[in-house]
Design a protein around this ligand. Structure first.
Ligand code: HEC
Ligand code: HEC
Length: 324
């Protein structure tokens, strides 16, 4: 009983201390949620993620009117008002990750509007081309302009749409950035803060593998209403985020390893050492597989030698007899 109580008290204290430490480390964590934010795209990106959390207002009641023009996606309520629910973390809507599965709506992405002027995008958000897409009662002119600014820069590269693996990237650089900027809150293994993701418990490793675009968006623009650090505020670029994502995809995820991954030339031992413990799961798995292959190869060689020996013996015996 006592021990449980102590743990129950101790854990929040330790977590709290870590948060304080991270906050004190000069990472401008708290400025993150400031309503005025002039770092390009950040405020718009937060509104895109969850505008009612970012604006600290209640979500509208019921479903977004456009939502009911589709039937494939069974979500309802608050989430249907978020830009991301219809347009996706990769900003590609039906042409991207939301092109199938439970997130499918058939709605387009926003990247098609990237070349539009801010005024044209604001007009779309005021429902001027489709009256059901009217957000004007919820947003100020500043909000609308920030959203337009984000739409103009929203970029969804780096991740293979089929394998969900990062394309390119530098895992060693990602590891360094992760340890410096993220581990204080998320833990070296990404499991210190627990998430719920589509009905399952998730660590950062799980999120990195299952929804890499969401990971990228959150890493660059934060999570509205939380203390999550904002990459853009600490000088992080999308490329930095890509490297961190690549590293995070090697953190423990709690997912079965569904496919054999090619060894990441040279980097794997380093990553294993730095993360330690279960983080090595994938790599030690690969090592074990290689070990097994080597063992069976050795066995095959021995067996071969043995058979050759037997054949020699038989031939020799037969010849021996004949010569007698
Ligand atoms: C309920 C689903 C839904 C939500 C929520 C939603 N949209 Fe849309 N959006 C659509 C659909 C459907 C279209 C195509 C509308 C049409 O018929 O013109 C669209 C069109 C757009 C376009 C124009 C795309 C192009 O290629 O011209 C932009 C930009 C856009 N939305 C941005 C946003 C932003 C920003 C938000 C959040 C404030 C948002 N949307 C919220 C469904 C949604
Ligand atoms: C000051 C503490 C802090 C730091 C530093 C921090 N995070 Fe976070 N992070 C959080 C909190 C708090 C959340 C929100 C948890 C929630 O949604 O309940 C979060 C959420 C996230 C999410 C979103 C999970 C989701 O909902 O999809 C990702 C991804 C993430 N962090 C990655 C990172 C990365 C990468 C770094 C380093 C660049 C980092 N975090 C640094 C505290 C932090």
């Amino acid at each position: 009983m006592k021990a449980k109580l102590l743990v129950g008290l101790g854990l929040p204290l330790v977590l709290g201390a870590m948060m304080l430490f991270a906050g004190g480390a000069g990472q401008s964590v708290h400025a993150a949620q400031a309503p005025q934010d002039d770092t390009p795209g950040v405020r718009g990106a937060m509104l895109y993620d969850n505008w009612f959390a970012a604006l600290n207002v209640a979500a509208p009641a019921g479903n977004m009117p456009l939502w009911d023009t589709q039937t494939t996606n069974t979500r309802s309520g608050e989430d249907t008002w978020r830009c991301v629910t219809c347009h996706g973390w990769d900003y590609l809507g039906k042409d991207g990750a939301y092109g199938s599965g439970s997130n499918y709506t058939g709605f387009p992405g926003v990247t098609g509007a990237r070349e539009k002027s801010a005024a044209e995008i604001v007009a779309v958000l005021k429902g001027e081309s489709n009256t059901l897409h009217d957000f004007s009662t919820f947003f100020s002119e500043d909000d609308l302009n920030d959203l337009a600014e984000f739409v103009q820069i929203a970029e969804s590269g780096y991740v293979n749409l089929t394998t969900l693996k990062v394309e390119g990237g530098d895992i060693a650089a990602g590891e360094q950035l992760y340890d410096a900027q993220c581990a204080s809150c998320h833990g070296a293994d990404g499991a210190l803060l627990k998430f719920r993701f589509e009905g399952r418990d998730a660590t950062l490793g799980t999120l990195a593998l299952l929804d890499p675009w969401r990971f990228l968006h959150k890493t660059q623009y934060g999570t509205p209403g939380t203390d999550m650090v904002i990459g853009a505020h600490i000088g992080s670029t999308l490329e930095n985020g890509r490297d961190i994502l690549l590293y995070a995809q090697s953190l423990p995820s709690g997912l079965e390893i569904q496919e054999a991954q090619p060894p990441l030339a040279g980097d794997e031992t380093e990553a294993t050492e730095a993360v330690g413990g279960p983080a090595g799961g994938l790599f030690s798995g690969i090592a074990t597989a290689f070990g097994a292959m080597l063992t069976s190869l050795g066995f095959a060689v021995l067996l071969g030698a043995f058979l050759v020996g037997v054949i020699f013996l038989v031939v020799w015996l037969v010849r021996d007899r004949k010569s007698k």
